[in-house]
Write a protein that binds this ligand. Structure first.
Ligand SMILES: CC(C)(COP(=O)(O)OP(=O)(O)OC[C@H]1O[C@@H](n2cnc3c(N)ncnc32)[C@H](O)[C@@H]1OP(=O)(O)O)[C@@H](O)C(=O)NCCC(=O)NCCS
Length: 182
């Protein structure tokens, strides 16, 4: 478990460069592991403008909700929720920015606390996460965080994704204790 002061807050426009760089500067092997097609990545300028427009909307009307995690003041992780039906359900995506911080015990804790945060902010009864079935780290982290396995399927989980086999995980607040300790 990492030492240091860990905090979560909503993603702001000033954080967005990290998200653009995370995808646009990634190598092909990494994008393939995420099931992301570089050719489908949004143009950075257009993507940022879309994020700004969404951020200006009331919470109930947003199509996307992002959070960032800071460790000792440095942005180490971000997560976005989309396909939002405010008061009902959404889909979560999770990313640790610095490769050296992955597989260090951060993931399950981040996942669990982000699930609690998203469900609270968006008043959710169901929060889904649907990683590539062959990408072991998120599948393990979701299970460890208390998400329930639903099923696998072939689909394109988001517009930047290729067709792939995914695993659907579900968190329902109140249905089970999520692993937020630590
Ligand atoms: C997914 C992610 C957030 C998980 O966080 P993490 O800090 O790496 O995960 P943890 O160190 O807490 O490990 C969680 C579990 O995954 C396993 N794991 C971590 N990295 C792994 C890897 N590269 N290969 C296989 N298993 C791995 C750990 O052994 C642990 O398993 P356990 O519960 O059986 O002990 C992080 O790896 C990440 O950002 N990956 C790149 C982005 C990504 O794949 N996002 C998913 C898109 S939905």
């Amino acid at each position: 478990m990492p030492n240091g002061s860990l905090s979560i807050r909503p993603m702001e426009l000033s954080d967005f460069a990290v998200r653009i760089s995370y995808f646009h500067d990634a190598d092909d092997e990494y994008l393939a592991r995420l099931g992301v097609d570089r050719a489908l990545l949004p143009d950075p300028v257009e993507w940022r403008a879309r994020f700004a427009a969404n951020l200006a909307l009331p919470s109930e009307q947003r199509s996307e909700y992002g959070v960032v995690w800071e460790l000792d003041g440095m942005l180490v992780r971000f997560s976005t929720a989309d396909q939002i039906q405010f008061g009902a359900e959404a889909h979560m995506h999770l990313h640790i920015v610095d490769p050296e911080r992955r597989a260090a015990g951060l993931g399950a804790r981040f996942v669990a606390q982000t699930a609690v945060h998203d469900c609270d902010a968006l008043r959710l009864a169901r929060l889904y996460c649907e990683p590539n079935a062959f990408n072991l780290a998120p599948n393990r982290a979701l299970q460890r965080a208390g998400f329930r396995h639903v099923r696998s399927r072939r689909c394109r989980p988001s517009p930047m994704n290729t067709h792939q086999t995914t695993t659907i995980w579900l968190y329902e607040p109140g249905a089970a204790a999520v692993a937020t300790a630590g």
